[in-house]
Write a protein that binds this ligand. Sequence first.
Ligand SMILES: *[C@@H]1O[C@H](CO)[C@@H](O)[C@H](O)[C@H]1NC(C)=O
Ligand SMILES: *[C@@H]1O[C@H](CO)[C@@H](O)[C@H](O)[C@H]1NC(C)=O
Ligand SMILES: *[C@@H]1O[C@H](CO)[C@@H](O)[C@H](O)[C@H]1NC(C)=O
Ligand SMILES: *[C@@H]1O[C@H](CO)[C@@H](O)[C@H](O)[C@H]1NC(C)=O
Ligand SMILES: *[C@@H]1O[C@H](CO)[C@@H](O)[C@H](O)[C@H]1NC(C)=O
Length: 322
Amino acid sequence: MSGIRKIIILVFGIVFLLLESIYLIGVFTRNPVEVTEDVEVLPGDNITDFVPPFVPLLNDYAVVAGYNLLGCNIRKSMSQLNYNLLCYLNNTKLYVERNQSLSDLWYNKRTSCKKISFNTYEPLIRKGKRRMEDLTKFAFIRNPEERFVSFFVDKCLKAKFCGNCTDVRCAVKMIYDRLMPLAHNHSLFIKTNEKWWFEWHSAPQTWNCDFYKYISDFHLIPIGTSLEDRQIAMKKLQKVLRFAKVEDEYIEKIIRDTLESDTKHATHNSDLSQQVLEQVQTDPYVRHYLHRIYYFDYIAFGMKLPEFFNGQDFPKEYIPRS
Ligand SMILES: *[C@@H]1O[C@H](CO)[C@@H](O)[C@H](O)[C@H]1NC(C)=O
Ligand SMILES: *[C@@H]1O[C@H](CO)[C@@H](O)[C@H](O)[C@H]1NC(C)=O
Ligand SMILES: *[C@@H]1O[C@H](CO)[C@@H](O)[C@H](O)[C@H]1NC(C)=O
Ligand SMILES: *[C@@H]1O[C@H](CO)[C@@H](O)[C@H](O)[C@H]1NC(C)=O
Ligand SMILES: *[C@@H]1O[C@H](CO)[C@@H](O)[C@H](O)[C@H]1NC(C)=O
């Protein structure tokens, strides 16, 4: 009996999520807005209790001219891999000459990468030679709760970038309290990197990549930490790179290097991360805030809301229709 009930609930859950994501993406992409000096209307403007989706965050783009390929870097979402592979494609010879591997911290040196990477909003690209419409665009998307754990461990605990917040409860509240006013004050949007540093790394993924406008035009590559997840992601990446007419030889190197480096340094599941993840899943206070911060990431990217969010409320502006 309960088995059948579970299946029914699961099926309804999936159907509901599908319908809702179609509905929401429709709502959010219907009226593309230009980010000029003044952003007037944004899709999430009327969302009050939840951190709204699709606020334009200054982007971290890298463009490989030879392939008309744009990789958008979402912080805490495989940004190193993203940069490494774009730098490699921009100059495959140099990479080999220097004996670089894609798993090196090439990103830190950025020698050949400086010229191809820039922080910008989309209209700044438009003013230049390139148009967003003509580029093959991709981004790695990460599971929000995993991404938060990585943020908390790297930025709050190791880099001590979260002020006095060294516990998870404090960090989730800090993220919420800092993102909400930004989301609701358009005059704050265009800011320098330093000022937004904290927000950059903690903001929902929908705030990146001019997704408020281009989400349906992006190749989105979900990527997780398990080897199996990586393999699936690499298959998707392969398709995107083929689409951009990257030579098979280069694609193979990228995939081989990435999977190899993963097996070598499997640091993702450190004890510390595991502990934090456990607190995320079990502490009602933490769950409450994370649900409010990242709810729309799950919806917009079609990810299943994890079970530990069961029983949480919904944004009142988007009460699920029965
Ligand atoms: C927000 O609400 C106002 C007033 O009801 C409405 O005019 C506006 O279109 C809404 N904006 C969005 C993005 O839904
Ligand atoms: C690499 O970047 C430089 C500088 O932007 C550019 O001139 C060159 O065409 C790029 N190479 C490829 C293969 O895209
Ligand atoms: C390149 O790396 C390989 C393997 O790590 C090493 O054996 C070789 O000596 C390196 N070559 C140069 C030029 O650094
Ligand atoms: C952090 O803690 C120190 C010492 O307890 C305190 O003086 C300081 O005001 C705190 N900073 C913030 C931003 O809360
Ligand atoms: C929005 O931010 C600007 C610049 O910091 C500030 O002057 C203004 O008071 C803020 N508006 C609201 C409604 O908070």
